[in-house]
Design a protein around this ligand. Structure first.
Ligand code: IFM
Length: 453
């Protein structure tokens, strides 16, 4: 089968990156509101205060999605818009905003996919210790239960966390993202364990509170590994490389298995337990039982990967990229093969239906003299990646959907508005939107269900 008939052709965004309305209608501060106000943390002092002004322009944005024929939209809810303190009394106006957005999507024939956490930790929760404080497990799962109680009459697909690798790694290990800390390594492992326990308890409470059957997943990220050739030893080397824990403690969060094995297989990977043993908190049997609450699908954000071959010493070896290797505006390598081999290896290990929850690139887009935005590099990139995904689907990997990152240009974290990832161009001075060439191209792919790839 190429792509399923009900394939979720999607676009993705996140709340802080597009909404704006940062201090509107009772929203509480989140850690990004605070971080952006620290000198020198974000490119040229940019903030998400206004971003794409989506809080006020969501109707126009949904209309644009409809024009593009988008079938599914993955967006995140800002925890601190719903619970300004992280727990306690919900903020009715914040909840209403998401109801309005969801109703607009459904009326436009677009299926909403909700992500509960795309990095907007309420500042009040952070002040109480954030992910280091065990109480966060109750607070997050209560928030998750509330969201499901509120929206599960209309929405059936939910993701708990987006990219725990990033929000723990960049936020608390290297400190380039909010809250900008370089915590002791031991603390980062406590936080990671609490994130996973929060996921598990959230899944449990979400099911208990759902008004109809809902489907739940998680959306981690990571660099994929793909073989240098079709030789079985290279394939095995790539598999091992992808499924190994990162020995570099200064960057340890960048791996697949430390996060996904406990969630799906109910245990931490053995190599990680050995590598990280001096830094781990107590891991109880009951913790793993909680973390591995059954989920329905597996999300994976995939942007690039490494070519791997079997070394002469019988170990996986990264093949050096040739001079002039294709790269995006952010200098990320262009490696379409990762959208075949990534899902292939992940499906083999976790045996769950897969959604590609993010994939895309930043380009140096600008408005041309004809008033249009021509972005041939984005078309080339997405086309080559989708071809690989199609091949994976044809070879039996259960791929349910693809969410391009991103619907529109937005606040790219510490790079501010300097990077453009959207299929829709945003002029931040006027908030005018222009559909880029890639948007029209994607429309065509969607209309043909990818048969024209
Ligand atoms: O913009 C981010 C997104 O928030 C998380 N995944 C990667 C994207 C591009 O950097």
């Amino acid at each position: 089968m190429s792509f399923r008939k009900d394939f979720a052709w999607g676009e993705a965004t996140s709340s802080y990156q597009i909404e704006g309305g940062a201090f509107t209608d009772g929203k509480g501060w989140d850690i990004w509101d605070v971080f952006c106000r620290e000198k020198g943390k974000v490119f040229e002092g940019h903030t998400g205060d206004v971003a794409c002004d989506h809080y006020y322009r969501f109707k126009e944005d949904v209309a644009l999605m409809k024009e593009l024929g988008i079938k599914a939209y993955r967006f995140s809810i800002n925890w601190s818009r719903v619970f300004p303190n992280g727990y306690g009394k919900a903020n009715e106006l914040g909840v209403k905003f998401y109801h309005n957005l969801i109703d607009e999507l459904i009326n436009a024939g677009i299926e909403p996919f909700i992500t509960l956490y795309h990095w907007e930790l309420p500042y009040e929760v952070y002040k109480k210790g954030g992910w280091l404080n065990d109480e966060v497990i109750e607070w997050f799962s209560d928030y998750a239960a509330f969201i499901v109680k509120e929206f599960s009459g209309k929405v059936t697909k939910f993701f708990t966390f987006n990219e725990p690798q990033c929000f723990i790694g960049l936020g608390f290990v290297t400190g380039v993202h909010a809250p900008g800390l370089k915590a002791p390594i031991r603390d980062s492992f406590i936080m990671a364990h609490n994130v996973l326990k929060s996921h598990g308890l959230a899944v449990k409470k979400m099911r208990e509170n759902a008004k109809q059957d809902i489907l739940i997943g998680i959306a981690p990220t990571g660099s994929m590994s793909y073989p240098d050739s079709d030789k079985p030893e290279d394939i095995e080397a790539a598999r091992t490389h992808l499924m190994s824990c990162n020995p570099d403690l200064s960057n340890w969060t960048w791996n697949v298995t430390w996060w996904s094995d406990p969630v799906i297989l109910g245990e931490y990977p053995e190599d990680g337990l050995k590598l990280y043993k001096d830094y781990l908190p107590e891991i109880k049997k009951d913790d793993l039982k909680l973390i591995s609450q059954p989920i329905d699908f597996y999300g994976q954000n995939i942007y690039n990967g490494n070519r791997i071959k079997m070394g002469v010493d019988g170990k996986s070896e990264v093949v050096k990229r040739y001079e002039g290797f294709p790269k995006t505006a952010l200098d990320w390598p262009v490696t379409p093969e990762c959208l075949y081999w990534g899902p292939y290896f992940l499906y083999e290990r976790y045996k769950k239906p897969i959604y590609i929850t993010e994939n895309g690139l930043s380009c140096h887009d600008m408005v041309s003299s004809d008033g249009k935005v021509h972005d041939p590099n984005r078309i080339t990139f997405v086309e080559s990646y989708l071809k690989q995904l199609k091949k994976a689907s044809e070879n039996g990997v259960d791929i349910r959907g693809y969410f391009h990152w991103s619907l529109m240009d937005n606040f790219e974290w510490h790079s501010g508005y300097a990077e453009r990832f959207g299929m829709i161009y945003v002029d931040y001075q006027t908030q005018k939107r222009i559909i880029k060439d890639s948007g029209y191209w994607y429309k065509n792919i969607i209309a043909e269900n990818g048969e024209n790839l």
